[in-house]
Design a binder for this molecule. Structure first.
Ligand code: GLC
Length: 430
């Protein structure tokens, strides 16, 4: 109760009302809806999610609470699995990775009746990926593909072009790194990427292997294909980077660690997702205006350019007490307007094809146009075919890769062991 010592009638009444309001407050807030949404926090992710959610909140009068989640997608999955397995209603809207619909889909509602056909504006392959047993478990929010970032100014300075093959990248990185160190930048590295033992390493290693023609770990029929000579050649080449063109610490790098080195001007090349573009061009970025973006190199002359398909979706928990409002927030955030805003302010790739022809989007992120094919033909991780086993498969794959990169095993031996382990996981079927 408020502290009241009324001297006059009006004050006494005010005091009574204030007291009554305070007693009613818990009741009112118990019925006021609040939607909790989990957002990623890599780079500008949290801020941009918050802006969008607040805009929706302003329009609808429904409160939103933003829940920040770990940067590593692997840690985020573990957290989600705990919450969802317990049937917790703490989070209404989940931001989920493109590889998770099979793993988590049973905890989400079917969004088809809320989407009312809006899903048809999105890339059909992603909608299909998010459809589990006929149920649309998530609406696409942004898509991702691995890209090669390079220092335009440094390549120009040494009369070099962006590399077409990984072998070329290896030699150019070394050449520029050595010359720059000689010229006084002791901190310069040739190539930074994601080498930590987590899902990001699966993405990087899949790119090396697929670019060599070594397949995508498990093929579309569910056969384990990863134990092959091309995959071994790809991993062996990558292992040679650690401690030469890439710092030893790369074995503990996620996306943000790699971006930190590149953006502070201390790397010639970086492998990263599109989000790094907007940050690299922010006003306080030391490399602003000096960055080029290309498709990742081919694995030798017989190989191909490839990038791993990544990206995030929004799903509504079936344990949510406010499913209709939660679904409304999802439809707002994944809408064309919101995807356009996110593309322009933070270089998140839209999942709505028409936005790749929008002049304002293309002005902000020119490579959405020039590298369009990289996005539409990105290589998928085998999450659809391995279903609920995907995280086990990926864990085996990144552990194997990490062992090769840290010289604990040769690529052929490690891949043979990986094949045996994957067969064991598959024994009961994927
Ligand atoms: C990006 C991708 C996601 C991937 C993750 C790995 O967030 O969008 O699909 O799993 O990186 O670190």
């Amino acid at each position: 109760m408020p502290h009241c010592q009324p001297a006059r009638l009006w004050s006494a009444l005010q005091c009574v009302f204030a007291g009554a309001a305070m007693m009613l407050a818990p009741l009112a807030s118990a019925v006021a809806v609040e939607i909790a949404i989990s957002c990623g926090a890599v780079g500008q992710e949290l801020q941009v999610c918050k802006e969008g959610a607040e805009q929706w909140s302003k329009q609808t009068g429904v409160k939103v609470r933003i829940v920040s989640t770990p940067n590593s997608t692997s840690d985020r999955l573990a957290l989600y699995q705990q919450l969802l397995a317990a049937g917790a209603d703490d989070i209404d809207v989940f931001q989920i990775d493109v590889i998770w619909p099979g793993i988590l889909g049973s905890h989400f509602i079917d969004l088809k009746r809320y989407a009312k056909g809006a899903e048809t504006a999105h890339f059909p392959a992603i909608v299909a990926n998010n459809t589990i047993g006929g149920k649309l478990v998530a609406i696409p929010w942004f898509t991702d593909a691995g890209l090669l970032y390079y220092r335009k100014d440094l390549l120009e300075k040494y009369g070099l072009k962006p590399p077409a093959t990984w072998q070329e990248l290896t030699s150019i990185a070394k050449k520029v790194m050595d010359a720059e160190r000689q010229a006084g930048n002791e901190k310069m590295w040739g190539f930074v990427w994601q080498g930590k033992a987590y899902e990001g390493l699966t993405c990087n290693a899949l790119e090396w292997i697929d670019s060599f023609g070594g397949g995508a770990i498990v093929n579309g029929r569910g056969d384990i294909t990863v134990n092959n000579a091309k995959a071994a050649a790809a991993l062996t080449l990558a292992a040679g980077w650690v401690g030469t063109i890439s710092p030893d610490g790369v074995l503990n790098y996620g996306e943000e660690e790699a971006r930190g080195v590149f953006q502070s001007g201390n790397a010639v090349f970086m492998r990263n997702w599109p989000y790094a573009w907007a940050l690299g061009h922010s006003d306080d970025s030391p490399v602003k205006g000096r960055i080029g973006v290309a498709a990742l190199p081919r694995g030798g002359t017989g190989g191909k350019h490839t990038g791993t398909l990544g990206g995030w979706q929004l799903a509504v928990s079936k344990y949510s007490k406010n499913q209709a409002q939660a679904a409304d927030l999802v439809m707002f955030l994944t809408s064309r307007n919101e995807q356009k805003r996110r593309a322009i302010t933070a270089s998140y790739n839209p999942t709505i094809a028409a936005l790749y022809k929008d002049p304002e989007v293309l002005k902000a992120v020119p490579f959405f146009g020039s590298l369009y094919e990289t996005f539409t033909s990105a290589v998928a991780r085998p999450s659809q075919v391995t279903g609920t086993n995907y995280n086990k498969v990926s864990t085996e794959f990144w552990e194997t890769t990490h062992a090769v990169l840290s010289q604990r095993a040769s690529a052929p031996d490690a891949l043979a062991r990986l094949e045996r382990n994957l067969k064991r996981i598959k024994r009961a079927g994927w």
